[in-house]
Design a protein around this ligand. Structure first.
Ligand code: CP
Length: 325
């Protein structure tokens, strides 16, 4: 694996290998007084976030530190990005400083792919010598997509798959509902692709206004009736309503959205007893999910966060230390 840009680049065997590595790293750290493995000693991981984040940015930093990498955080507001420096120049600057991996979150769909292209081709066409220098002096910089606009969030889908494996014992043949603002959700797209690759049956439940054009070609079924779907689900993933990406009215009111598409306590009772409740966070309690449902024993929200660290360790490991035997 050279970069991690999209879950579409992973087949079932590659995705399963990442999840297995995540499990092994979790086991390796279990019970240790000092949570430190020497695996990535001497490697440098830079997180470059142009959008706000708590879970993804911090867990990548923890993942790097627990494997002894040197980790550096760059935020748009505190860097030369605020002076007008382009994404390309910023990325090549970090690459030339010796970044072995750049983890990037950016509001533009496709930005991580552009970054990977620039890092891979810099110096090859008479441009800056950065890429050439790194090709000679060390490993080329790997790019990890930590969320690009409304396109993809591959490590979120991997940590969700890890959590579903833990809770359900497997993913193949399971029916997973993904509910809410699919239109603006990179989490939904990555999850649909990865869960289908791993053999799950996925159903998207959303109002027509919150579905993207072209959803018919996704490997899933679409429904607008949440109550009718609940009794047959093995897991339900509630999506955040991304009001910061909404320009216009997508539903009449927050209250009406909650009534039709929120996971209330009454609605959660329609789920089978074994069903798992997921939310990628941050949660808007009371709108997408009732507080009591988010905190119930079958909710896996904090397990998702915990798995996020191990999955991101696995991604860094596969990119920077080579895939395990
Ligand atoms: N789920 C997720 O990406 O959360 P953050 O925005 O806090 O990273």
């Amino acid at each position: 694996m050279r970069h991690l840009l999209s879950v579409a680049d992973l087949d079932a065997a590659e995705a399963t290998a990442l999840l297995d590595t995540s499990d092994r790293l979790r086991e390796a750290l279990l019970g240790r007084e000092v949570r430190k493995l020497p695996t990535l000693r001497g490697r440098t991981v830079i997180t470059m976030f142009y959008e706000n984040s708590t879970r993804t940015r911090v867990s990548f930093e923890i993942a790097g530190k627990w494997m002894s990498a040197d980790t550096v955080n760059v935020s748009a507001s505190g860097s030369s990005v605020s002076k007008g420096e382009s994404l390309r120049d910023t990325a090549l600057t970090l690459s030339s400083m010796g970044a072995d991996c750049v983890v990037v979150r950016h509001p533009a769909s496709g930005s991580a792919h552009r970054l990977a292209h620039w890092v891979d081709t810099a110096g090859s066409t008479g441009g800056p010598r950065i890429g050439t220098d790194r090709a000679v002096t060390g490993t080329p910089t790997a790019i990890v997509n930590a969320g690009d606009g409304t396109h993809e969030h591959p490590t979120q889908a991997l940590l969700d798959a890890a959590t579903l494996r833990d809770r359900l014992g497997g993913i193949a043949g399971r029916r997973i509902g993904i509910v809410g603002d699919v239109l603006h959700s990179r989490v939904a797209r990555s999850n649909v692709l990865l869960l289908a690759t791993l053999g799950a049956e996925v159903v998207l439940v959303a109002p027509p206004t919150l579905l993207p054009t072209g959803v018919e070609s996704w490997p899933c079924r679409v429904s607008h009736e949440l109550d009718a779907e609940l009794p047959a689900l093995d897991a339900i993933m509630m999506l955040r309503v991304q009001s910061e990406r909404m320009h216009g009215g997508f539903f009449p009111s927050a209250r009406e959205y909650a009534v039709r598409f929120g996971l209330s306590e009454d609605r959660a009772r329609l789920l089978p007893d074994h069903a798992v409740v997921l939310h990628p966070g941050p949660m808007i309690r009371g709108m997408e999910i009732a507080p009591a449902v988010a905190d119930a024993p079958n909710a896996a929200v904090l397990a998702q966060v915990r798995n996020g660290v191990h999955v991101r360790m696995a991604v860094l490991y596969h990119l920077l230390a080579g895939a395990p035997e």
